[in-house]
Design a protein around this ligand. Structure first.
Ligand SMILES: *[C@@H]1O[C@H](CO)[C@@H](O)[C@H](O)[C@H]1NC(C)=O
Ligand SMILES: *[C@@H]1O[C@H](CO)[C@@H](O)[C@H](O)[C@H]1NC(C)=O
Ligand SMILES: *[C@@H]1O[C@H](CO)[C@@H](O)[C@H](O)[C@H]1NC(C)=O
Ligand SMILES: *[C@@H]1O[C@H](CO)[C@@H](O)[C@H](O)[C@H]1NC(C)=O
Ligand SMILES: *[C@@H]1O[C@H](CO)[C@@H](O)[C@H](O)[C@H]1NC(C)=O
Ligand SMILES: *[C@@H]1O[C@H](CO)[C@@H](O)[C@H](O)[C@H]1NC(C)=O
Length: 328
């Protein structure tokens, strides 16, 4: 009895020490999955269910699939019908070219293995499990062509797809102009998987760079990159839908849902007039629950997506040639 009484506190103390030390030792790890030679500018990722394999679209127009550490990346698809490998392979983010295409948003519907693709030049389309040339699903919505298809999310239970056209006026080569005039012609759109129709859900977004749907398909969180804000758009009732600004982190790009209707936002913070990259986990009301500062690995380069998979964060940026894997 006595022994127990003495031992118990020691036992608990050592557990405490062990946990505390192991937290310190393994506090933060950051690894890079290098893209193939001449590949740069991963913008978004779509993970398979339960395999750690993922897709990413790069600056030269290719969609790559990561098949694990042994095989690495393989070429999977592209959206530009006349894409020339000799002309396009290896071109970087500073040279977007309609001949090459530029896949931005990606979302995989797990049940059907359909990979939805938003290409900056070729709009909204889909790839099957064999990849290849993206099949365009629609080129206009309500008479207006897509100018700058940018982000996509799929509601897994229904298969409905939500995507953004960042601007109805400026394409990816005119981003500087769009910023200087504070463009606000971006749109949120929905592809109804049953009747294959695209509808415009919301207009006048100030560069709609990211979209994520909640688990019950009740609302969308949409980032407005130029206006430095994230908007919650209710998907019910009469259009125009009710909306509210729920977060004001600067330069928000892609947003990805994670467990419990939390969302990871790729954004920035202002430090002595520098914009430094962060990942922020926010809840359905836009409140920041956790911030991960990324300048140690990305300097002042903006990050375009932070996605939680397993116990890790996967981070991509248009300005680097790797996928960052962060654990804490
Ligand atoms: C990479 O780019 C260089 C120059 O642009 C080219 O000579 C080389 O063949 C490319 N390598 C691959 C693997 O595409
Ligand atoms: C691809 O090339 C064909 C033949 O030159 C041309 O008719 C077509 O318009 C091109 N498509 C695109 C998207 O550039
Ligand atoms: C992008 O490509 C252009 C042309 O090949 C080159 O001049 C430039 O240095 C490249 N930029 C980066 C960031 O690699
Ligand atoms: C919203 O967008 C529509 C169509 O793009 C445009 O006609 C209208 O003027 C815009 N409204 C505002 C408040 O900017
Ligand atoms: C967005 O935030 C950046 C960084 O703070 C700032 O330079 C820019 O003017 C802001 N844009 C708008 C439209 O307020
Ligand atoms: C980013 O950092 C580089 C080097 O560290 C610097 O040359 C550049 O001016 C910085 N850019 C911005 C926008 O602060």
């Amino acid at each position: 009895m006595k022994i127990h009484i003495i031992m118990a506190p020691i036992f608990f103390t050592s557990i405490f020490h062990f946990c505390f030390l192991s937290t310190l030792v393994s506090a933060i790890s950051f690894n890079q999955i290098q893209l193939p030679k001449n590949a740069t500018g991963p913008e978004a990722m779509a993970f398979e269910l339960g395999t750690s394999r993922f897709f990413t679209g790069i600056a030269d127009g290719r969609i790559l699939k990561y098949r694990g550490p042994t095989t690495g990346f393989v070429e999977f698809g592209f959206a530009a019908p006349n894409r020339s490998k000799s002309l396009c392979d290896g071109t970087n983010t500073s040279n977007p070219n309609p001949v090459c295409g530029r896949p931005l948003g990606l979302a995989l519907h797990h049940q059907t293995q359909r990979l939805y693709v938003c290409d900056a030049f070729f709009g909204f389309g889909v790839l099957g499990p064999d990849g290849g040339l993206v099949t365009q699903l629609s080129t206009t919505a309500e008479g207006e062509p897509y100018r700058f298809c940018n982000a996509v999310d799929v509601h897994q239970p229904t298969g409905n797809v939500y995507f953004t056209d960042a601007s109805a006026v400026y394409d990816i080569r005119e981003l500087e102009t769009a910023i200087s005039v504070q463009d606000s012609t971006g749109r949120l759109l929905k592809y109804d998987v049953k009747n294959k129709q695209v509808t415009v859900l919301f207009r006048n977004l100030s560069f709609a760079a990211g979209v994520a749907i909640d688990e019950e398909e009740k609302f969308a969180l949409v980032t407005e990159f130029i206006a430095n804000r994230t908007r919650k758009i209710w998907l019910q009732g009469q259009r125009p839908y009710r909306s509210e600004i729920v977060n004001s982190l600067p330069a928000p790009d892609n947003i990805k849902r994670t467990r419990l209707d939390n969302f990871w936002l790729a954004a920035a913070r202002v430090m002595q007039s520098n914009l430094l990259p962060v990942g922020a986990r926010i809840n359905r009301n836009g409140n920041v629950l956790e911030t991960v500062n990324l300048e140690r690995w990305y300097g002042n380069k903006s990050v375009s997506e932070v996605q939680e998979y397993g116990s890790k964060l996967y981070i991509v940026s248009r300005l680097v040639n790797f996928v960052g894997v962060f654990k804490h």
